[in-house]
Ligand binder design. Structure first.
Ligand code: BV8
Length: 256
């Protein structure tokens, strides 16, 4: 259900945001599951979300995988199967348009999502801080096997190099984020003049910390979300509504 977007407030907020972006040399964006919601990809913590009916511990932690790898593969295969049907929505395309406007060197998109929809919408150099559903890797830390695979894998796939179980190349709770990716994300947050936070509940760390970092280093922080979040109290502008509606309006405003 789309929440009505209060046009007056939105107009003011869009004008303010367009002003920040016009002044900005460098822009960084942090997205979460909300930016893919209008593509039909389930979020995590909204009602009916992914974690509903699932014990996070059981399906998104290394311990859960150790305890019951086939349950974990069932959970991820269901999401991997969905990748074939979902498509980028106007929100993803608007962010790709912003990257074209600012240029690749001055626009960095950091995503907590693992669905690959930003790349499908044409955004380059996406920083996937939680890995990718479209990649699998060996569960043996000593083995470097990793492969781009977005087909559903039957049963319990094993590594052809070391015969240990394969796993989705995503970051589970209690696991560190890919170091090089997160270093690049921190740099982008520190160096940007405007930081857009789109469709994230801002509860998962250290991803959510990037918002504080951008603010600490002087960026204007703009939030686009259906609802208030943990970050709403520290942003300069909060636009409430669907990102697939608001982001194209922002690009339109910038081009007018
Ligand atoms: C680590 C796996 C340590 C991939 C994910 C207590 C306090 C603070 C932190 C912790 C704590 N206890 C534990 C921690 C750390 C933990 C954490 O943050 N837990 C949280 C839940 C409290 N973090 C970790 O474990 C991280 N690792 O800390 O390692 C360490 C350090 C050193 C050495 C060893 C270990 C790992 C975090 C990554 C976990 N993996 N997913 C997958 O299966 O997808 S997290 C999961 O949440 C997803 O990746 C997702 O991206 C992420 C964030 O969720 P959101 O994207 O924000 O989605 P959500 O549903 O929450 O919100 C959707 C939002 O969209 C809502 O606001 C909604 O209003 C909005 N929305 C909906 N529709 C729309 C919309 N907005 C706009 N338009 C719409 N149409």
């Amino acid at each position: 259900m789309h929440h009505p977007v209060d046009s007056d407030d939105l107009e003011v907020a869009l004008a303010k945001t367009a002003g920040y972006l016009r002044e900005a040399k460098r822009v960084a964006v942090l997205t979460g599951a909300g930016v893919s919601a209008e593509s039909g990809v389930k979020t995590f913590r909204d009602e009916g979300g992914l974690w509903e009916g699932h014990d996070v511990e059981a399906v998104a932690t290394p311990q859960g995988f150790k305890r019951d790898p086939s349950l974990v593969w069932k959970f991820y295969n269901a999401r991997r199967n969905q990748l074939a049907e979902v498509k980028p929505n106007p929100g993803h395309f608007a962010l790709a348009e912003l990257q074209r406007r600012f240029g690749h060197d001055n626009f960095t998109l950091i995503t907590q999502n693992v669905d690959g929809l930003h790349q499908k919408a044409g955004t380059a150099n996406v920083l996937e801080v939680h890995g990718s559903l479209r990649r699998i890797r060996c569960s043996n830390v000593a083995c470097d096997y990793e492969e781009d695979r977005d087909d559903a894998l039957e049963g319990l796939p094993e590594c052809e190099k070391c015969a240990r179980y394969l796993r989705p190349a995503v970051v589970w709770f209690g696991e560190v984020l890919p170091e090089d990716v997160f270093i690049a994300a921190k740099m982008a947050a520190k160096e940007c003049d405007a930081f857009l936070v789109v469709g994230t509940s801002a509860v998962v760390w250290p991803g959510a910390w990037l918002i504080l970092l951008a603010r600490e280093f002087g960026a204007n922080v703009i939030e686009v979300n259906l609802n208030p979040t943990d970050a709403s109290s520290i942003v300069d502008v909060a636009m409430q509504g669907p990102s697939g509606v608001i982001l194209p309006k922002l690009v339109e405003k910038l081009n007018s």
